[in-house]
Write a protein that binds this ligand. Structure first.
Ligand code: NAD
Length: 297
């Protein structure tokens, strides 16, 4: 069993830590918001700072909001690269930009420390059930070393390629997710306007060619999928702010790579309107309400 330091216990980090504890690993945890740590008292060692959380750890996992947080945690004044054991394994599972992912991995590599970018897909339900998909960037041998730990939290652990490729895969995945969520929301609104019940719409489309994760697992209307945020008034889950972050990341790299992604661009614009209306902390599937409010002339 490993001694694992886990940094960032938000919507995703908390259930990931639960599964690591259940599997018998020894956990040391840290979050800037101490409230996030309280429920682990007695089950994990609660650290007061970054130096303390990585002390003696074999593996370090981070699950932070954005690239700037990852950069600060690894490379900042109190950053963990100066404290971690040289033979420890570092895994960043946050969704961040490829440039920061590569920068941090390079800095770790210069100190002889193995590191992977390993963002996830599957949402909070996937994290709770330990069935996340991990998209992993880094050296193959490091990927193989991480497998036993990642498989506690995930079902599909895929090597995407060298450093940063996990993030590249995740950004493409979430561009599809943002677009597909809007498409599913539009279709539910249209179905309602045509007199089709939400349940009938779900029963048919979930078995037809429109079936996708946004419909079958994360259905944006209450009823058909009891675990989806629509059943709890769109409490996140995955916040609209996080989806907007990912759609912006996709557009930034699409511009650099000179690749046209018109639906990705449009999805970003709609999530900007939604977030600007004060809904950043609502689940991203709540965008169905924005679309409902956009009355056709
Ligand atoms: P979250 O905001 O709920 O959690 C992030 C946590 O990091 C918070 O508790 C915050 O206090 C902590 N944090 C921020 N800066 C810190 C620092 N310097 N040191 C220690 N802790 C710090 O976010 P989340 O929903 O758990 O998502 C985390 C990452 O996973 C994001 O990059 C997100 O895009 C990605 N992701 C989220 C989901 C989802 O469904 N929520 C799904 C897949 C991927």
């Amino acid at each position: 069993m490993s001694r694992i330091a886990f940094i960032g216990l938000g919507h995703m980090g908390r259930p990931m830590v639960e599964n690591l504890i259940k599997a018998g690993h020894e956990l040391q945890i840290y979050d800037v918001v101490t409230q996030a740590l309280a429920s682990f008292r007695g089950k994990a060692k609660i650290a007061d700072n970054l130096q303390e959380v990585v002390d003696g750890a074999d593996v370090v996992i981070s699950m932070l909001p954005m690239g700037e947080h990852v950069q600060a945690v690894y490379l900042g004044k109190d950053g963990i690269l100066q404290w971690v054991n040289r033979d420890s394994l570092l895994i960043d599972s946050s969704t961040i930009d490829v440039v920061t992912a590569r920068l941090v991995q390079e800095a770790a590599g210069e100190r002889g420390i193995a590191m992977l970018d390993a963002p996830v897909s599957g949402g909070t339900a996937g994290a709770e059930q330990g069935i996340l998909t991990f998209m992993v960037g880094g050296e193959k041998a490091t990927f193989e070393r991480a497998q036993p730990i990642l498989s506690v939290m995930g079902k599909n652990i895929i090597h995407a390629g060298p450093s940063g490729c996990g993030q590249a895969a995740k950004i493409c995945n979430n561009m599809i997710l943002g677009v597909s969520m809007i498409a599913v929301c539009e279709a539910f609104n249209l179905a309602k306007g045509l007199g089709l019940s939400q349940q009938a719409m779900f029963d048919i489309c979930s078995k037809a060619s429109a079936a996708c994760w946004s419909l079958t697992t994360y259905c944006p209307v209450p009823g058909p999928v009891p675990t989806s945020p629509a059943n709890r008034e769109y409490a996140a889950g995955f916040t609209a702010a996080m989806m907007l972050k990912d759609l912006r990341l996709a557009q930034d790299v699409a511009a650099d790579a000179k690749v046209e992604t018109p639906l990705g661009e449009h999805a970003k614009a709609l999530y900007e309107i939604f977030c600007d209306a004060g809904k950043e902390q609502m689940d991203f599937s709540g965008i169905i309400n924005l679309l409902k409010e956009m009355k056709r002339e």
